[in-house]
Design a protein around this ligand. Structure first.
Ligand SMILES: NC(=O)c1ccc[n+]([C@@H]2O[C@H](COP(=O)([O-])OP(=O)(O)OC[C@H]3O[C@@H](n4cnc5c(N)ncnc54)[C@H](OP(=O)(O)O)[C@@H]3O)[C@@H](O)[C@H]2O)c1
Length: 262
């Protein structure tokens, strides 16, 4: 049995995140569930075994990201692993109070901002990515503001933004001994991407054949115990990641400005 770790899991109240919390708690780790809805978070915490606590936090606004970082710093001053699991596959364009497209905020800007605000308090980051990022065509002038919004493509665009910050974080943190890796959890039957209409119906039917949240949690939990950095895993297998250093740098500088961490 590994030494007990302090692990923070965003979006830990349902889906893959909940299953990740359940497995980590079962293994004896101290788990902090981050949920935007306090009642849903409390229900999740009550149903989980072991030492599990709740920190409420909404990742869709910059103020919410800063407030969450502050709460995490006091609830868990030494984070062994931060699992960025919360994610959103939007069916319609929603702009946040910052004027940003919501999935861009949750899938990309929030992990970036938390990494920067908490880097003095953590040892390792596991980013739950999505294999679909390879279909992303993110445009820093349009994607953040939903100007190129598309109900299927935006998810991939925002996941690509996130993936392109992986190597820069690995390089930034190398000397300090902090590590970061990303993982595609598989195709999993959760509430992700739920929507109405024919596409929603098709998705609902298809999901019956997909893997369970517990199966999706397995490669995520396995990665919490690794010490590689700047790598991308397709479930258990390490694979080459798409890189576009010039776009990555633009997204990095933009995220610094949008989040106010610069
Ligand atoms: N399911 C798949 O096949 C699949 C495949 C590849 C990658 N992934 C990735 O796996 C991760 C988990 O997805 P899932 O399938 O478990 O989806 P899910 O069941 O829809 O769960 C998403 C989680 O993210 C939280 N979340 C969404 N917006 C938030 C916000 N503004 N602030 C805080 N939390 C927020 C949700 O909270 P609420 O309950 O409050 O909405 C929920 O806990 C995502 O990053 C997703 O992109 C999933």
């Amino acid at each position: 049995m590994l030494a007990a770790m302090n692990v923070v899991v965003t979006g830990g109240n349902r889906g893959i995140g909940y299953a990740v919390c359940a497995e980590l708690a079962r293994q004896g780790h101290r788990v902090v569930v981050v949920a935007r809805d306090a009642a849903a978070g409390e229900r999740a915490v009550r149903s989980l075994p072991g030492e599990v606590t709740l920190v409420q936090g909404d990742l869709s606004t910059v103020a919410g990201m800063w407030a969450l970082a502050e709460r995490l710093r006091s609830a868990c001053p030494e984070i062994d692993v931060l699992v960025h699991n919360a994610g959103l596959w939007p069916s319609k364009l929603t702009l946040t109070s910052d004027g940003l497209e919501e999935a861009f905020a949750v899938n990309h800007l929030a992990p970036f901002t938390l990494n920067r605000l908490l880097e003095g308090h953590l040892k390792r980051v596991v980013q739950v990515s999505a294999g679909l990022y390879v279909k992303g065509r993110a445009d820093p002038d349009r994607t953040p503001y939903g100007k190129d919004f598309h109900p299927l493509r935006t998810y991939a665009d925002t996941k690509l933004c996130n993936v392109l910050t992986l190597r820069p974080f690995a390089e930034r943190w190398q000397a300090r001994g902090l590590t970061i890796d990303a993982v595609h959890p598989g195709v999993i039957n959760t509430g992700l991407g739920a929507r109405g209409g024919p596409v929603g119906l098709l998705l609902k039917v298809a999901k019956r054949f997909w893997k369970t949240p517990a199966q999706g949690a397995e490669p995520v939990v396995a990665l919490t115990a690794k010490s590689t950095s700047g790598r991308y895993y397709d479930e258990r297998d390490e694979i080459e990641m798409t890189t576009d250093p010039a776009l990555g740098l633009r997204l990095w500088e933009q995220a610094e400005k949008l989040s106010g961490v610069a």
